[in-house]
Ligand binder design. Sequence first.
Ligand SMILES: Cc1cc2nc3c(=O)[nH]c(=O)nc-3n(C[C@H](O)[C@H](O)[C@H](O)COP(=O)(O)OP(=O)(O)OC[C@H]3O[C@@H](n4cnc5c(N)ncnc54)[C@H](O)[C@@H]3O)c2cc1C
Ligand code: SF4
Ligand code: SF4
Length: 1006
Amino acid sequence: MLLRVAVANEELALYLSSPGFNPNKRQDESMAQTVVPGLERRLKAHLLGEVEFDAFTRGRYATDASHYQIMPIGVVAPRSVKEAEHALGIAREEGVSVLARGAGTSQAGQAVNSSLVIDCSKYLDHLLELDVPARRCVVEPGIVLDELNRRLKSHGLWFPVDISTASRATIGGMVGNNSCGARSLRYGNTRENLLSIDAVLADGTAAHFGPIARDLSDLALSPLLPVAYDLLQLAAREADEIETRFPKLQRRVGGYNLDSLLPGRNELNLAHILVGSEGTLAFSTRIELKLSPLLGARAVGACHFGSFFQAMEAAQHIVKLAPIAVELIDRTMLGLARDIAMFRPTIEAVVRGDPEAILFVEFAEEDQYHNLRRLMELKDVIAGLGLAWDKPGAKWGGVIEIFDPKLQAAISETRTAGLNIMMSMKEQGKPISFVEDCAVPLEHLAEYTAKLTDIFAKHGTRGTWYAHASVGCLHVRPVLNLRLERDVEAMRAIAEEAFDLVLAYKGSHSGEHGDGIVRSEFHEKMFGARLVAAFAEVKDRFDPMGFYNPGKIVRAPKFDDRTLFRYAPDYRAEEIRTHLDWSAYPGAGGGFQGAIEMCNNNGACRVLAGGVMCPSYRVTRDERDVTRGRANTLRLAITGQLGGDAVASDEMAETLKLCVSCKACRRECPTGVDMARMKIEAQAARLAKRGLSLRDRLIGYLPRYAPLAAKWPKLANLRNDTPRLRQWSERYAGLSARRDLPRWRADAWREPAGDSGAPSRAVVFFADTFNRYFEPENIEAALAVLAAGGYEVQLPKPADGERPLCCGRTFLAVGLIEEARREAQRCVTALTPFLGRGIPFIGLEPSCMLGFRDEIPALVKGEDGRRLAAHALLFEEFLAREAKAGVLKLPLKPVAKRALLHGHCHQKSFAAMGAVESVLKLVPDLAVATVDSSCCGMAGGFGYGADTIDVSLKMAELSLLPAVRQAEADTLICADGVSCRHQIKDGSGREALHVARVLAMGLEGR
Ligand SMILES: Cc1cc2nc3c(=O)[nH]c(=O)nc-3n(C[C@H](O)[C@H](O)[C@H](O)COP(=O)(O)OP(=O)(O)OC[C@H]3O[C@@H](n4cnc5c(N)ncnc54)[C@H](O)[C@@H]3O)c2cc1C
Ligand code: SF4
Ligand code: SF4
């Protein structure tokens, strides 16, 4: 029995008598209520932070990156630690358990529960203290690792637990899971880099967990004295068992860290018992971290192997050279990466011959000279193993040296992307994470991986291996379809057999991603019944009523309890009417369901810097406004979990409202979730039920009324010029009075009679609605450039002889899919004669031209749509292609010294920025800098909405507008998107130019 001192008994008695606690309630039935009326009311009355109890919000917090789904009772995002403490108090009084949550990227189900979720990631993200000389800092739990490291960089420091999810994982979550990075060989896990934690105990006591003397003399005034005393007693009692049953491996994150309490292990630090406790013991409020100096120059050796087994065998010898990381890429990953244009150059640069596996061995000695020496030693080791390249007829072998930091970075990116490609399988069977976290001593690694491969084969599946050979923790996910009972049975059989294997090698079943629901059940097998009972004692000592994240680490449910699965036995989607082509995916709605289910919750869309995804989340930091939140909401809606007609509901409209359809997720989401396209379907569903609003009508039908408006521009512009009409348009059409609408022009562009240029070099030019009516000078400029280049410009005419051609973008933006299809079909009919002759099809507006590549084939099925997509090129893509082929001769003179370029989201999504930059650089003496910007925030109608203008401006303020304001007055500001130019003008007063205008300015003789 644990010894309880009097003071603790008093506190416990007080705690148990608090109003909401039912002393008869056991932990396993704990606090799994679904309706607690007083809770929501009290939280809303007492907190400034956000309190949400609606099904849509709860649904967005019901999943993490595991295969489980558990609806929480409600969600609170406290604005301060004080508020969090207050929320904890109210939950305690109402008898409701609490789940602390960071980014929710856990893979084992520890970040889901039927509790009140406290989301630390939204507001509790401050760097509270930084002591550079002492190399330590104090943070709130919600700060994201990359954000912290960005702030430490200028001080030459970093928090070196470099996990793959660094772009979104929070320090609170890392501490909760005892996360481990690729360089854990040098730096250890989170536990080794943590100094102290301030936390709130289950009874509401705030306590400081840190280094303590073994006689507890420094805890005399601390509320932790009795707990510490009991824990030390417990550890002393179980010392032999801990010594025998705890795997002697760095990669052991399972169970509670009882080993940290044993004498002689390391300095006694009470915080270490909270590390890896998965939010089950206390709520962390302040975390003190040990920082390290930034890594200097590094050298990487790519060791080639003729078999996977050889690579695994070699790992134990390689680590003796003290590398900081040894990362594996196997043949399947190499093949996948080779197939992708952006990774092919990396693979070609570092892979020689035809190896089965490569180990990337990274050295970070004090200078490159010493790194070089290590590489020489590495070569000797590989040669000594008989694996050198210089054998007669060798197809693999040896070590490739890599010193270029860019190539080194590209290698790690490729490794991560390889995993993502594996995860992007479109079928219903997916790589499932449950045995992927095992670690075994290095001397057994080869044999272990061979035997596990046999287990997979026995159960009719296979896995691809990746990750950390240096610490014996290789990730592998067998492909299973968890909707099928037989695959769930296979999952259990594989788990049982795999964990037996790990036990036999004295390995660890939980080597990186934690216990959650996936692995807690197996603690008894791995640690033995006695230690599992000791874990339960720890939990009870801290939290006898199961207030914090019950059912994790101890008293866990069966890991294959299908009622807890995201795809539970009764999970199914109603047949949904869809309009776009989703046939690449399985499931209802012609595959719409499968496309939505591609989101595996890895959280990459919660990134706050770099890339483009997801601009709305970067502004609001709300799970509702991120690709993951939207995909989860759609998934729950189409499977009837949010009530009838949820797809067409107001809540769904709110969920999708801030999606600017930038398409960044299409490119940057590891599994290719294309929310912009999904939003079109959701809007169409809403339209069918609720009809079209006046604003959507004005936006959608713009191409139809444009010819008329251009005839009477003064009348059409009255709204901009009359304050009263501005107010009226805000009130009745939801168009912000603060924005000018695009100005109608009397000189709208009209096709000239006849075609121009040399007949041998024909191009067909698409004059889009926006440039035609609002900025005709862009079209004139493009035609001048093409003529100067000697191209014959053909102008397609609508077969019906009616209004000009339009891609249908505005109709898609408001869900008028059939109208968009009609426009697309008109384009196809008009363009087919040109395309049949292989004539390049070019245009200026990225959203139109790239829409031809993306949405049009989804609207106009068959060969016609595909051919249009295959021929559609941006003006710059065409010119860059011609320049590369050496056939572009443009007589250009200097126009300015500098240009600042902002890329349209769709240009980024379709990797067109390289072409735009290279074409701008054709202008002599022009230095081109590209703004590291996400979406400009205007995004078609989005920036005009009275309800969205503020978010729109905030998006622009993230990086675009500050960069434009900083640019010298004589710098050319370039932006190809009509919306981007509008936003730049509104936000900075600077005029931005389409690249065609810059080229036209440079034409000799103009
Ligand atoms: C694609 C992918 C790659 C990954 N790669 C790695 C890797 O390289 N290394 C690695 O170690 N992990 C990895 N993970 C797992 C996961 O990303 C990490 O464990 C991460 O640290 C979790 O952080 P989070 O903010 O998402 O925490 P969450 O998932 O939100 O929470 C994690 C745990 O911490 C608890 N917690 C959160 N905040 C608090 C608080 N304030 N007080 C008390 N408890 C709290 C939660 O209750 C939960 O039990 C990966 C996951 C994915 C999906
Ligand atoms: S939308 Fe993509 S990036 Fe975001 S969580 Fe889902 S799979 Fe990951
Ligand atoms: S389209 Fe853009 S705004 Fe919408 S979910 Fe994707 S990344 Fe986010």
